[in-house]
Design a protein. Structure first.
Length: 497
């Protein structure tokens, strides 16, 4: 949805009410008014009473319309009573790299506790396995081809030099600014939706869209200036690795001001560089097959510790019983055995190693604790779920569902996604960056390549129940042709580039 002001106002007088009745009475009013006594004749009294009745009806109708407008836009709850909201976002972590997801060695006690206490979908997904488009989906509730952010770096005519050197060039900065104006500046974000309700919003961690104010945040750690190293978070990337003091300060001020808040916590964890604290690395070295994998496992626990720190801030300075926490990862990761880099079928891929993530919604006393291992969830659901929980009306332009609504969850059997190039190919044409489209229906998954960009791509079909690591392509079997065709038809109805 485009950020906009609604300039249209409803008429305060319902059609036909008062106008004709008023004309009739004023036509009956004597034009030869000659004094006080005549003015109070029975006919004049009758007309005056009729006018009073009509005016009362108009006032009541006006008040009803005004209440309807206010009620449809803002819930009738004072700002101080509304829940605080926190997005907890992992960065480069496989869907099974948590102890609550069955990993035999990685320990994530704080995330495990969040999962036990909240609503947890073990079959959660992000539409794209690349951070910038994925994060833009979380903040907007839209698919990448809808919000338009379809890669990490805008097109550039500069071919030489380092990536950050390019960011500091005046020519490329014009392209960066143009891309921000075309997309984030036109996007209605969750902070935009919360602001009229009295929320104050704060950004920490990864953020690609320039200064956080462009995304509706009131303040943030990131400055977004490419001349000072701004690209995907700059100073904000210190959160988590360097403690959570900025979050303490923000929560303390919000509570002192009696304001509900939205906190974006997207630390550069467990993202490379994989340089965990020594005590954590020492813990995992005897357990992991290689040092590189031990470093990654230790990073996962370091991220979990930071989640514990954020929860401690809420418990000590905030309102733990009136705080909505949403958990998701931007994209997956499978570490190579010999270095801190991702393997095929993980980050940036069309496979579950890149797009699957646990998704959690936590609000004590409001969202029942439940572990759902059957139904499908997506990061497109985060914004509509939060909107529903705080009483905002649903928005038909958002493709997601309310994950706390059992009927909506049960009625969905299909989710979709798109895999995009790392470097954006066009300022405003998402299909030029498209590599693959994918669809999951139940436990069956179909992947369709964009042959214009993946010239050797093949159609793929997997049964995720029996083959969770997508090793056996069933699309090669003649008996699967009809199923593949039907699921491709669904993809085409969703988005046909």
């Amino acid at each position: 949805m485009i950020r906009q002001q609604n300039s249209r106002a409803r008429s305060s007088t319902p059609a036909g009410l008062g106008h004709r009745e008023g004309q009739r009475c004023w036509r009956s009013y004597p034009t030869h008014y000659a004094g006080f006594k005549h003015a109070w004749s029975p006919r004049i009294v009758w007309c005056a009473l009729q006018l009073i009745i009509v005016q009362v009806c108009i006032v009541q109708a006006t008040m009803a319309v005004a209440q309807d407008q206010a009620g449809s836009a803002v819930p009738k709850t004072s700002a101080s009573q509304r829940p605080d909201i926190i997005f907890l976002i992992s960065d480069d972590q496989a869907w099974n790299d948590y102890s609550m997801m069955g990993h035999p060695h990685i320990k994530t006690p704080n995330i495990d506790q969040l999962a036990r206490e909240g609503l947890t979908f073990t079959r959660g997904y992000v539409p794209d396995s690349l951070c910038r488009p994925s994060l833009a989906t979380m903040i907007s509730g839209l698919y990448p081809h809808q919000h338009g952010i379809v890669g990490n770096d805008p097109p550039s005519l500069i071919e030489s030099g380092t990536r950050m050197g390019r960011y500091r060039s005046a020519e490329y900065q014009q392209a960066i600014e143009q891309y921000l104006k075309l997309h984030i500046d036109q996007m209605e974000t969750l902070p935009d939706r919360l602001k009229p309700l009295g929320y104050v919003s704060y950004q920490t961690g990864k953020w690609w869209e320039g200064n956080p104010s462009r995304g509706g945040f009131d303040a943030g750690m990131t400055h977004g200036d490419p001349n000072r190293g701004g690209r995907h978070g700059d100073d904000g990337l210190d959160i988590g690795r360097g403690g959570v003091q900025p979050i303490k300060d923000f929560v303390s001020k919000a509570r002192a001001d009696d304001q509900p808040y939205f906190l974006w916590y997207a630390p550069f964890l467990p993202h490379a560089p994989h340089n965990p604290p020594e005590e954590l690395l020492a813990k995992y070295l005897p357990l992991a097959p290689t040092e590189s994998i031990a470093k990654y496992w230790a990073m996962c626990e370091w991220f979990d510790q930071s989640i514990g720190e954020v929860r401690q801030v809420v418990n000590q300075l905030g309102r733990p019983d009136n705080t909505i926490m949403v958990y998701v990862c931007d994209n997956g990761w499978i570490n190579l055995p010999d270095k801190s880099a991702y393997a095929p079928k993980s980050k940036r891929s069309q496979y579950d190693g890149g797009i699957r993530t646990p998704i959690m919604v936590h609000w004590p006393g409001h969202v029942a604790a439940k572990r759902d291992e059957t139904h499908l969830a997506s990061s497109i659901d985060l914004v509509p779920t939060v909107m529903s929980l705080i009483g905002l009306p649903s928005d038909g332009s958002l493709p997601g569902i309310d994950l706390t609504n059992d009927n909506q969850v049960a009625s969905r059997d299909t989710i979709y996604g798109e895999i995009l190039e790392h470097d954006i190919q066009s300022m405003d044409d998402p299909k030029t960056s498209l590599l693959y489209r994918w669809v999951i229906q139940g436990n069956r998954k179909v992947i369709i390549p964009n042959l214009q960009r993946v010239t050797d791509g093949v159609v793929e079909l997997y049964d995720l129940a029996s083959d969770p690591w997508e090793e056996t392509n069933l699309a090669t079997q003649a008996s699967s042709a009809a199923e593949v065709a039907a699921m491709k038809a669904k993809l085409d109805l969703w988005w046909r580039p």
